[in-house]
Design a protein around this ligand. Structure first.
Ligand code: NI
Length: 261
């Protein structure tokens, strides 16, 4: 099987002891490409170091995570723009709105998200959108900016069929992670209704590990567990899920297919 983890934070401290082994385990599990969304200016160097160590497998993105939007957000945006001028990135993110952890900087989060939308359009890159407790706010902003050329991923999507239709209507794919393997998750009906061409796989490692690793550290090697769940819900083969989601991700990130895929 060949899959892509479209969202993994493998450069974080949680992997300091075994980062190389974790990448090798992912490759051995058939997860050949790892897309790395950024958190803030401090995570750029560790992220790029990982991409230099595994140039055929790890791909950097650049952005300011909504929970990292603080008083210094203008400095963070300036640093991000410098990086974009300096080298190739494959996406803009992780960005968006988070109303789960802390609402103090909600207005700044919105300003920063709108700035990320502008950068995604200027650089023709996919936008990786974090929507924790903020789906309606994100849709309101996308409606307001009204840019049909925008593309990207609604990261960790777990919404209703109607919410899926809205996200897809704005040009976005749905990022499916460990949450779809949890008991009582609401994605069964949504996944039955959504065409495979709108789906990509992601772990959000080290967070949100799928069953049977729920609560433990997540890692890209667990992507097949998510693919299996999609196959089970949609009543299709694992191979079909792997092929479709991989093709979707390659197209979205504008990465050429290679012999490993
Ligand atoms: Ni993330």
């Amino acid at each position: 099987m060949n899959c892509i983890d479209t969202h993994t934070h493998l450069y974080l401290d949680e992997f300091d002891a075994d980062r190389r082994e974790t990448v090798e385990a992912a490759i051995a599990a058939g997860v050949n490409k790892l897309m790395l969304p950024n958190i803030d200016s401090a995570s750029v160097h560790p992220m790029l170091a990982l991409c230099e160590a595994f140039p055929d497998h790890c791909y950097p993105m650049i952005g300011l995570h909504p929970t990292s939007v603080k008083e210094n957000y203008m400095d963070e945006l300036a640093a991000m723009e410098c990086w974009l001028l300096d080298r190739k990135f494959y996406g803009i993110g992780e960005c968006g709105i988070d109303l789960y952890w802390d609402k103090t900087f909600f207005h700044e989060q919105e300003y920063v998200f709108r700035h990320h939308i502008d950068l995604a359009l200027a650089y023709n890159l996919p936008l990786i959108v974090h929507i924790r407790d903020s789906f309606n706010e994100v849709i309101r902003i996308l409606k307001d900016v009204n840019k049909p050329d925008l593309r990207g991923i609604f990261h960790c999507f777990s919404g209703s069929p109607e919410q899926a239709r809205q996200a897809i209507g704005y040009g976005f794919s749905l990022g499916l992670g460990g949450v779809i393997t949890f008991k009582n998750n609401k994605m069964q009906e949504t996944l039955k209704q959504v065409d495979l061409k709108h789906l990509v796989l992601e772990t959000d490692a080290p967070f949100l590990a799928p069953v049977p690793y729920r609560g433990k550290r997540n890692e890209p090697a667990y992507i097949p567990l998510i693919a299996e769940k999609v196959a089970e819900i949609k009543g299709i083969s694992l191979q079909e899920v792997a092929e479709a989601t991989t093709a979707n991700a390659l197209k979205l990130f504008n990465i050429a297919s290679d012999t490993q895929i």
